[in-house]
Write a protein that binds this ligand. Structure first.
Ligand code: NAD
Ligand code: UDP
Length: 345
């Protein structure tokens, strides 16, 4: 019989992808409320730097492993969050077969562990299940418009297959599964070179380089600050009874990429003119969550406006990138005010 080792009344929570951008903030929040956290990560797109401050925390355990190869763990679990998956288009397209296997085989492995222990399971799904949406804003009952053979399919269809697997396990009453459909989220600890829009634009503006805008820049996205998302993920995991349906988590404020570029330039002024580049294949034209379900079931809605979140994120990148003197040490980043602001509980 495996012994539970959760601290105090806290739960033992496995966070797959805990060294990533969102996952590391989730690990912080779970530890802050007294849970024991087991982070499983292969570092394929995450970074040890994101969790380095947690290494000496008595409630934190790190397992370096690919979830496609992760079949066993020597302690019982109360909850599993599955955030393990590359999320930036250039990153998830770099090894599309691995992305698909992570979504399907990796999720299957974690569901098997949840079934073993009777643990609740939260799957980090995505607004990409709606593809290039015909309905706007996107409600959870919209079935989407996805190109199943395009370059984004490894992620979009992988996440759709993972949702199907999750709901099969739920219907069969084998695992208490919850599914969050996450819309574009940003904040400190995004990798400066991960290729997503907010990291790209802020890093370019801070470095005085041209802001890259794909297509006309008139496509839209809705951007959620990471602290809001983490609050929503935890609320969905803990809500009783299980909603039994996917729940959109995102900020309904909708901006064109050109509008976002203007906001970035107001925060980090640069003389460089924007550089317009070709639009990637299957790039969705618009995206905005309908969050009525999250409001009604979880009492959740985002609080951080884009202008404020962008400023926090710009502060973070300014420190991480240094001020022209090269990249500072991780210790310097941790001692900075940007880091303190970032890890507020
Ligand atoms: P991220 O790339 O920063 O984090 C993903 C983490 O998972 C990384 O630490 C990576 O090393 C790890 N990982 C990837 N594949 C793995 C594997 N096979 N085995 C073990 N670890 C693996 O991305 P993020 O933005 O933090 O996204 C976290 C989750 O949220 C992802 O599942 C993503 O699909 C979902 N999501 C994020 C957004 C967003 O805008 N950030 C939007 C929708 C959905
Ligand atoms: N984009 C852009 N310039 C960049 C990176 C992205 O114009 O340097 C665009 C991209 O084509 C898309 C939007 O910004 O229309 C959001 O891209 P991101 O990769 O952040 O996420 P997506 O929502 O496409 O998964």
């Amino acid at each position: 019989m495996l012994q539970r080792t959760g601290t105090g009344n806290g739960k033992t929570v496995l966070v797959a992808g805990g060294a990533g951008f969102v996952g590391s903030h989730l690990c912080d929040a779970l530890l802050a409320r007294g849970d024991r956290v087991i982070c499983v990560d292969s570092y394929i797109t995450g970074s040890k730097d994101n969790i380095r401050p947690l290494m000496n925390h008595p409630g934190f355990r790190l397992i370096e492993k690919d979830i496609c190869e992760f079949h066993e763990i020597d302690e019982p679990l109360d909850q599993i969050y599955n955030l393990a998956c590359a999320a930036s288009p250039p990153q998830y397209q770099a090894d599309p077969v691995h992305t698909m296997m992570t979504c399907v085989a990796g999720t299957g492995n974690l569901l098997a562990l949840a079934e073993r222990d009777g643990a609740s399971f939260l799957q980090a799904s995505t607004s990409e299940v709606y593809g290039d949406p015909v309905e706007h804003p996107q409600r959870e009952d919209y079935r989407g418009n996805v190109n199943c053979i395009g370059p984004r399919a490894c992620y979009d269809e992988g996440k759709r297959a993972a949702e199907a697997l999750c709901f099969d396990m739920l219907r069969a009453e084998r695992v208490d599964v919850r599914v969050a459909r996450i819309f574009n989220t940003y904040g400190p600890r995004m990798q400066p070179n991960d290729g997503r829009i907010i990291s790209n634009l802020l890093v370019q503006a801070i470095s005085g380089k041209p802001l890259t805008i794909y297509g006309t820049g008139e496509q839209t996205r809705s951007f959620c600050y990471v602290s809001d998302l983490v609050t929503g993920l935890m609320a969905l995991m803990d809500v009783d009874p299980n909603p039994g349906m996917p729940v959109n988590l995102g900020n309904p404020g909708e901006f064109t990429i050109n509008e976002l570029a203007e906001m970035v330039m107001a925060i980090a002024p640069t003389m460089a003119k924007p550089a317009y580049k070709p639009l990637p294949a299957d790039d969705p034209q618009r995206r905005r969550p309908d969050i009525l379900r999250a409001k009604e079931l979880l009492g959740w809605e985002p609080k951080v406006p884009l202008s404020e979140g962008l400023r926090h994120t710009a502060d973070w990148f300014t420190v991480v990138l240094g001020t022209g003197a090269g990249k500072p040490s991780w210790q310097a980043v941790r001692q900075s005010s940007a880091y303190e602001m970032d890890v507020r509980a």
